[in-house]
Design a protein around this ligand. Sequence first.
Ligand code: HEC
Ligand code: HEC
Ligand code: HEC
Ligand code: HEC
Ligand code: HEC
Length: 317
Amino acid sequence: MQMVFFNKILIVLLILAGISIFLPGVYASENSCIDCHKTLTPFIEEQKRFNQIRIQHLERNAACSLECHEDRIRQLATANYQQWQESLHAIKGVACEACHGGDIKQATKEKAHTFKNTTDPESPVYYTNVPKTCGNCHPKELDNFENSTHFKKLESLQLAPTCTTCHHPHTFTVLNPEDFRNSCGNCHSVYKNVAPFDIPLKAEDMLRKVNKLKFNIDNAREDIFWAKKNGTDVGQAEKYTENALKTLGDLAPMWHEFNLTHFEDIIDSANLEVKKAEDIVKPTPSPTRTEPARVPGFIGLTGLISLIAVFYILRKK
Ligand code: HEC
Ligand code: HEC
Ligand code: HEC
Ligand code: HEC
Ligand code: HEC
């Protein structure tokens, strides 16, 4: 009787052990940075609130002991893990050491941290070294960036953006057109006095143009599909849309030379290819088509802003 009871317990234990192997996170990863930084989470609400108060003190330059600063770094070390965890980098297995260096086989902080502090000019993530660090995996973006005025200013240690000014650590997301007003406007504004001042609006307009190009290419491909069904020879039209698609793929890396005139010329040339394709297949009416929501272009926006400005001045008088 007792034997049977023990056997049952043994079976339950074996099943539990089996399940635990498949539970994510139960098994130690091969990476001590992840293992350790994951556990730095400040679990207790009380502790979190306390940290927040201390950070606010720091930000207002209130006198602060070294112990307090360590706390801030510690909180960042945690927050960075949480942000990174949801990024495309995490999904693709680009972990902490890819940018920071260090020894992922060491379980203690002292031995794992073989890198220089982030504030050390020799650190791979020191802001002037960031382009090279990212460029190891994003060579096309780096090549274009190295041709930009931004890069030259960065090299001469002047106020200029580095990769992480626009792609925030550690989410490393791609910007939306709406984000430009804040991000480019951080420098390109009358207040900060970095010319050209109209950059945020121009940049926003440019990315909308990219989206419009995508829409045009989609439409052309749909038209080609129907024309082919109706027996039209679409070989040449397909070549034109392929050219436009290739250009579309080159646009994101090319963006990083921050030459908006060149960028616009390239978009226009791709739109011309799409138009050539449409000219071949156009006569075929396609069954459904919806225009994207109309947004005011650059001209429209600046017009609106000057109208408001005039109105404001008149009222003041
Ligand atoms: C045993 C725990 C542990 C391990 C392993 C560990 N860290 Fe840390 N790390 C910490 C703690 C705690 C901090 C907070 C600051 C401090 O206490 O020095 C930190 C801080 C950092 C910082 C900020 C340092 C600064 O001030 O510039 C970076 C960057 C960092 N860790 C990256 C890594 C990388 C990359 C690895 C793996 C190669 C790693 N860590 C492994 C615990 C660890
Ligand atoms: C794709 C590159 C990249 C990856 C991956 C990455 N970091 Fe960072 N990290 C940076 C850069 C760049 C900075 C400098 C931030 C700045 O200048 O604002 C930085 C700064 C830090 C800092 C200093 C505090 C701060 O926010 O300025 C800590 C701590 C840190 N990283 C921890 C980590 C941990 C832990 C991981 C892994 C979970 C990780 N990083 C993964 C690029 C990366
Ligand atoms: C070890 C290689 C590696 C390093 C170093 C690296 N990345 Fe990445 N990055 C990737 C991979 C892989 C992807 C996934 C997309 C792809 O396959 O091209 C990616 C994607 C991105 C994306 C697109 C994210 C999205 O949501 O679409 C951005 C932006 C980015 N990285 C910026 C950076 C920046 C900035 C740095 C430097 C601080 C950096 N990367 C360093 C490998 C790397
Ligand atoms: C001044 C802002 C800014 C700086 C600096 C910047 N980027 Fe970008 N990056 C952008 C914008 C905006 C996009 C989106 C472009 C688009 O969608 O056409 C982008 C897109 C990307 C992408 C995604 C490309 C894709 O195929 O979707 C990667 C990767 C990337 N940047 C890496 C980098 C690296 C590496 C650096 C530094 C060498 C860097 N960026 C510097 C603004 C910036
Ligand atoms: C950290 C500050 C900073 C940020 C953020 C910034 N820029 Fe700049 N930018 C500069 C500086 C500095 C110059 C050089 C101005 C000069 O000629 O003196 C410049 C110049 C330019 C130029 C003119 C280039 C040339 O060859 O004359 C363009 C275009 C530009 N930036 C686009 C952008 C865009 C688009 C963004 C946002 C996605 C952006 N910038 C964000 C600092 C910044």
